[in-house]
Ligand binder design. Sequence first.
Ligand SMILES: Cc1cc2nc3c(=O)[nH]c(=O)nc-3n(C[C@H](O)[C@H](O)[C@H](O)COP(=O)(O)O)c2cc1C
Length: 377
Amino acid sequence: MTTQTATPTSLPPLPPLRIGEYTVPVPIIQGGMGVRVSAHRLASAVANEGGVGVIAAVALSLASRYYEKGRDYYRANVKALIEELQTAREISPNGIIGVNCMVAIRDFEAMVRTSVEHGAQMIISGAGLPLRLPEFATANPNTALIPIISSLRAARLLAKRWYKLYKRLPDAMIFEDPNRAGGHLGVKDASQLFAREYDTDVVVPELAEWSHTEYNDEIPIITAGGIWDRQDIDHAFALGAKGVQMASRFICTFECDAHDQFKRAFIDAKAGDVVIVDSPAGLPGRALRTPFTKTLLRGGEVADQCIATCLEACRCREEKETFCIALALHRAQQGDLENGLVFTGSNATRHTGLVHVRDIFQEILYGIPVQPVPIPG
Ligand SMILES: Cc1cc2nc3c(=O)[nH]c(=O)nc-3n(C[C@H](O)[C@H](O)[C@H](O)COP(=O)(O)O)c2cc1C
C-alpha cells in the first residue's frame, strides 16, 4: 500500500480519514458498484493506493461459477462474496477492503454477516436506512459500519436508534447527493432530484455541524456524488467533509471489473447521454443512454422475468412492470449494452480513455496529469 509521504508533491497533503479503529491513508472511499462493476480487482487496486476499496455485494453470483440459472441464487451469492473478499485480500494484504450491502436486497443480512465473518473491514450500506445493521455485524465489533444517507433527518434518526438499541454509533456516514450520484438515488421520485435540500453544499455543512456539536466529531462525514478531481475534494473538505466517496471516476480504469464494452460506453458518451430511469426498486436511477434505456424511456417492452428474486420489493416481480434489474445490470457488466443497464453518476462524459487506478491517485495527490489510452480493439 502506498502512502502519501512517499512522493514529493506540489499539492498540500490530504489528511488521513479516521473511521472507527482504521486510519485510511488517503481519504477516498471507492463507491460500491453493482452488479460486479466493483469486485475484487477494482477494490484491491484502490486499497493498494491507500483508499478504501469496496466490493459491491449485490448479485455477485450471476457471473460466478456458483450460480446455476434458477437455483440457489442466495447461497451462490454467499460463495461468490467469500471468493471476492479472499481474492481482494490476497492482492491487497495490507489495504482496507469494505463491502457495499444494500438494505433493499433480500439477502442483505446474509451479505453483511458473510462480509463481517470473512474479513471485510467496513460495511457501507444504503438504498434504504440500515436500521438493523449492527445486529448483523456482531461477529466482529471492529468492522466499521457506515450508513449512506441523504439528509440530516435520516442521520439523526439512525444515530439515535443505533445508540438506543445497540449502544453503538455509526463509524462514519456517507451523504450521497441524488443530483449527482450514480445508481439508485435516495429520493422518492425524480421530481425531487434537483431540490436544493438534497444538495451537497447544503447538507454536508449541516451534517458536519451536527456531528461536531452532538458527537464531538466522532461520526466523520463523507460526501459522495460528482466527485472527480482534487478541486472537488478540496471543496468537499471546505464544506466540512472528512472524506469522499468516488465511484464513476473509477469505471474507466484497467482494474474496473466490468467488460470493456461497458467502459467504452462511457468514453463514447456525449452531453445529454445521462438519463433518469424508474427502477423496479421504486427509486429513480441515474444511467447512461443505451439501446436499453432508449426502449425503456419510449415506454417500450423490456420486461424480463425476474431471475434472481434479488430485491425485497420489486415492481418487476410483483407487478410485472419495469424490468429485471439484476439481469439488466449483469448484462451490461458483461458487455451487452443492447439489453443492459449502465448506471452512472453525473460525470459520465468526462471519461476519455482507460487509466490505471494508481494514475487517478497520483493526479489527486500530486497533481500529475493522467494520460488516458484508448480501449484496445
Ligand atoms: C455503475 C454504478 C453502480 C452502483 N452500484 C451501487 C451499489 O451497488 N450500491 C450502492 O450503494 N451504490 C451504488 N452506486 C452508487 C455509488 O456507490 C456512489 O455512491 C455514487 O455513484 C457516487 O457518485 P459518483 O459516481 O459521481 O462518484 C453505483 C454507482 C454506479 C455508477
